[in-house]
Ligand binder design. Structure first.
Ligand SMILES: Cc1cc2nc3c(=O)[nH]c(=O)nc-3n(C[C@H](O)[C@H](O)[C@H](O)COP(=O)(O)OP(=O)(O)OC[C@H]3O[C@@H](n4cnc5c(N)ncnc54)[C@H](O)[C@@H]3O)c2cc1C
Ligand code: SF4
Length: 517
């Protein structure tokens, strides 16, 4: 019997949430202001469109219970094992284990399981608060580690709220026609700060217990009030959530087969802060505008290699494509095998760059480890492209039926059902219903609600493609590479040991001795 969790408000003394069932209970009764289909949702956990996204987060608890080595870690703050999503990486191995956990959860859910934004925010803030304190003598790092220990003790889910709605993309926050288009401090008191504005596309926010608000871009001195980082409970007064539609999301209100993946989905919503309060103990940056850029860069460095999650989802899609080919009687045909090989090659290309970014990590002054920026950006840039090609190949193998299938109700109809079972058969020994199920899963992942996570989130989540190209360009050390070429071609050049002033150490990281060598 699960421990009953009525509500999980700040500081409330409850046991640590350890199972998916306890987690789902912990979300009940919070009286969140959530709008969906033009109405307030009385209890999000029980809404048929929302529930599959709750189930996906629940899986992050159940995996940790089943496989603690993979999905939990020893916390130096509580002295206990805590869910890996709440652990700050203290070694390259910790970062690699995050990636392995992400791949496994992608396999288990076939969608976005929503907890990585919070995990990557915690990892980022560990070093950023340390560095701000060093520069300004502020108390942020201690506040942050106290907050982290509280989150770990309770086993909470943290939503990472970075992306502002942004208005005119050509203007910084202080030049916007409406000051609320970026989240900012509206008032400071002795007790804390009040914030206004809205965050867009917020993954898993309604399924979280706490939100960490962070700036979304580099800021200047005139944007000081926008340089705010703080944590507040999801049910804090002054917060409204507007649920995002996903393609074919109402299939989750229909039958089992038509949903494609009935149990799991991702979740995004807009969060509106209408003078929501953050006490000083949960404020981790206030006005140190010069630290907004390092914060965003470190966050994206963690988060862009977190997109290894898509390789777990890719494993499912490759399996679905192979299954439909089997059901159609063509699995051994050479071009089908070759397409499965190509899908696998693309999927492992993402995985390879993601784990490489984690292996090639660097310790920060705070003791946290930061993934390799170049490789993390290369990983995420692959993710903006390769899942589309994997999806295209899956649709190729699926055949046209994946978009012309009749509904589950027809299958259950006494007269039409008989016709469908006869005419929608592939191999004689395979049940027509099973063929329909696998085609619906491919539809779900490449056109339906989980295509949000597999395709468009792959494009824009953690930054649109151009953002990665900018980071790759900054680190490509083109002058060093020109010198290498000129040297071999016999063209006179500066002495080889003269370091190029390129402001990046990527190649140094490549040639750094591997621990243990
Ligand atoms: C499914 C999903 C889940 C997400 N989850 C989260 C989350 O949990 N937390 C979070 O904080 N964020 C989240 N994001 C937000 C994500 O980081 C943003 O979508 C991304 O940063 C792009 O911002 P945008 O969507 O506003 O696109 P836009 O800014 O509107 O970009 C559209 C295009 O315009 C270009 N562009 C924009 N501004 C400029 C400029 N100044 N100069 C030149 N070109 C420009 C872009 O490169 C892009 O090609 C999520 C996004 C998605 C799609
Ligand atoms: S898109 Fe991937 S990395 Fe981001 S929260 Fe979802 S599962 Fe995690």
């Amino acid at each position: 019997m699960a421990t009953p969790f009525k509500s999980v408000k700040a500081g409330q003394a409850i046991e640590q949430i350890r199972t998916g069932e306890q987690y789902i209970e912990s979300l009940r009764g919070r009286k969140l202001k959530v709008y969906l289909f033009g109405e307030l949702v009385p209890e999000p956990v029980d809404h048929p469109v929302i529930r599959p996204s709750v189930n996906a987060v629940a899986e992050t608890y159940d995996l940790a219970a089943r496989n603690p080595e993979l999905a939990s870690a020893q916390s130096p703050y509580t002295g206990e094992r805590v869910n890996r999503f709440l652990h700050v990486a203290r070694s390259a191995e910790d970062l690699v284990m995050q990636n392995k956990m992400q791949r496994r959860l992608g396999q288990l859910t076939g969608t976005c399981f929503q907890r990585c934004v919070g995990m990557d925010a915690l990892n980022t803030l560990h070093s950023v608060t340390f560095d701000i304190d060093e520069a300004h003598g502020t108390p942020y790092h201690k506040r942050f580690t106290d907050f982290l220990a509280r989150m770990q003790r309770h086993g909470y889910v943290i939503g990472g709220a970075m992306t502002d709605v942004k208005g005119d993309r050509g203007k910084p926050p202080h030049q916007q026609a409406d000051p609320d288009l970026f989240v900012h401090v509206s008032r400071r008191t002795e007790e804390g700060v009040y914030i206004r504005g809205a965050k867009a596309h917020q993954t898993g926010c309604i399924n979280s217990h706490w939100l960490i608000v962070m700036p979304t871009l580099r800021l200047g001195p005139e944007d000081r009030d926008y340089a705010i980082v703080g944590a507040l409970p999801v049910d804090a007064p002054g917060i409204t959530y507007v649920y995002g539609r996903q393609s074919c999301d109402t299939r989750s209100m229909e039958g089992d087969i038509d949903a494609g993946n009935r149990r799991f989905s991702g979740q995004e919503a807009m969060i509106v802060f209408d003078d929501a309060f953050i006490p000083w103990e949960n404020v981790f940056m206030d006005g140190e505008d010069e630290f907004a850029a390092p914060l965003v860069e470190r966050f994206t460095c963690y988060h862009r290699r977190s997109y290894v999650c898509k390789t777990g989802v890719g494993d499912v899609l490759i399996g679905a494509a192979a299954t439909v080919a089997d059901y159609n009687g063509v699995e051994k045909v050479s071009h089908i095998r070759d397409k499965l090989v190509e899908m696998t090659h693309l999927n492992e290309t993402i995985y390879g760059t993601g784990v490489a970014a984690s292996y090639q990590a660097t310790p920060m002054k705070s003791g946290a480890y930061l993934a390799d920026d170049m490789l993390a950006n290369v990983c995420k840039h692959h993710v903006t492209k390769l899942p589309y090609e994997i999806g295209r190949l899956a649709q190729d193998l699926a055949g046209g039926l994946m978009v012309t299938l009749p509904s589950e109700k027809e299958l259950g109809h006494p007269e039409v059902g008989r016709i469908l079972r006869k005419y929608l058969k592939g191999r004689a020994e395979i049940a027509t219903e099973d063929r329909m199920r696998i085609l619906r899963l491919i539809e779900n992942m490449t056109l339906g609600r989980n295509a949000v996570g597999y395709l468009t989130e792959s494009m824009h989540g953690a930054g649109s493609p151009q953002a990665q190209r900018i980071q790759i360009a900054r680190q490509m050390q083109i002058e060093t590479k020109k010198r290498m070429a000129k040297g071999l071609a016999g063209i006179a050049t500066e002495p080889p040991d003269e370091p190029a002033a390129e402001g990046t150490q990527y190649l140094d990281r490549v040639f750094r001795a591997v621990d243990g060598d």
